[in-house]
Design a protein around this ligand. Structure first.
Ligand SMILES: [Zn+2]
Length: 256
């Protein structure tokens, strides 16, 4: 039976303007600032450290209203206390992160809706890297912040969880519209691309993307964000045919 595909009305027109600033923290973490143009509201996605965030805010003349935390690993939250003290920003953290972030103002989970100014942010539960991981989806902007769930051409490590959780999370991200930009928490793409080519040596999209990634990294250019279309073509974890193949690839990458 054929079924009509219904487009979300705000995807067609009315793309709400937003400034996005991605920058490196610690060795290879990324933090991202998003600023809703209509209201000037600024949110930070993950806080690996406070100093680079403060430097970026100062450079742009922005304040900080919200901190959105994808998961409680230390390299995603270490900057939170100093940023809260300096800006009075409100902290939104995954529902199960109460022990790591007792000072959070709101604990969020699947189905919750947040506002960054006039911008709608949908919370997804994306467990698999760790049990209490969330992603932040901005449907009107066609953007998603996935923390350590998916990386450009890769995925997060699995810490003591069944592999089907992370596989399901990747598949859900991969089912978004193909222009959707995916922001992840680390610059691991060179290693991911080399592993991808070892896994699918005949994949022409992976061959050419490895070359592109090598050129970008040689110049220090971030390979984040990526897009759903690019990941469907070159992410061997997303491309795994079933959870068994996914789990085998994840195991192989741990030793790569
Ligand atoms: Zn992590």
């Amino acid at each position: 039976m054929a079924r009509a595909r219904i487009r979300h009305p705000c995807l067609a027109k009315e793309r709400i303007a937003m400034d996005v600033a991605l920058f490196t923290c610690l060795a290879d973490n990324y933090a991202v600032l998003i600023r809703d143009d209509a209201t000037g509201t600024v949110a930070l996605v993950d806080a690996p450290a406070s100093e680079p965030v403060i430097a970026e805010l100062d450079r742009r003349g922005w304040g900080l209203d919200l901190i959105l935390v994808t998961h409680k690993h230390h390299d995603h939250i270490e900057g939170v206390p100093a940023l809260v003290a300096r800006y009075g920003a409100k902290v939104l953290a995954p529902a199960q992160a109460t022990d790591a972030l007792p000072q959070a103002d709101r604990f969020v989970k699947e189905g919750d809706r947040l506002m960054v100014g006039d911008t709608v942010v949908e919370v997804w539960d994306t467990p698999g890297h760790c049990a209490d991981h969330v992603s932040f989806h901005l449907p009107a902007q066609q953007m998603i912040f996935v923390g350590d769930t998916m990386f450009t051409m890769g995925c997060g490590r699995i810490f003591n969880l069944p592999p089907d959780m992370l596989y399901a999370a990747l598949k859900r991200i991969g089912d978004l519209p193909e222009a959707t930009r995916i922001y992840s928490g680390h610059e691991y793409t060179l290693s991911n691309a080399r592993f991808a080519l070892a896994t699918e040596p005949d994949n022409a999209a992976i061959q050419s993307r490895l070359q592109a990634v090598e050129a970008m990294r040689a110049k220090g250019t971030p390979t984040v964000p990526t897009t759903v279309a690019e990941e469907r073509a070159t992410n061997v974890f997303l491309r795994a045919r079933d959870v068994a193949e996914f789990a085998a690839r994840r195991e192989a990458k741990n030793r790569f």
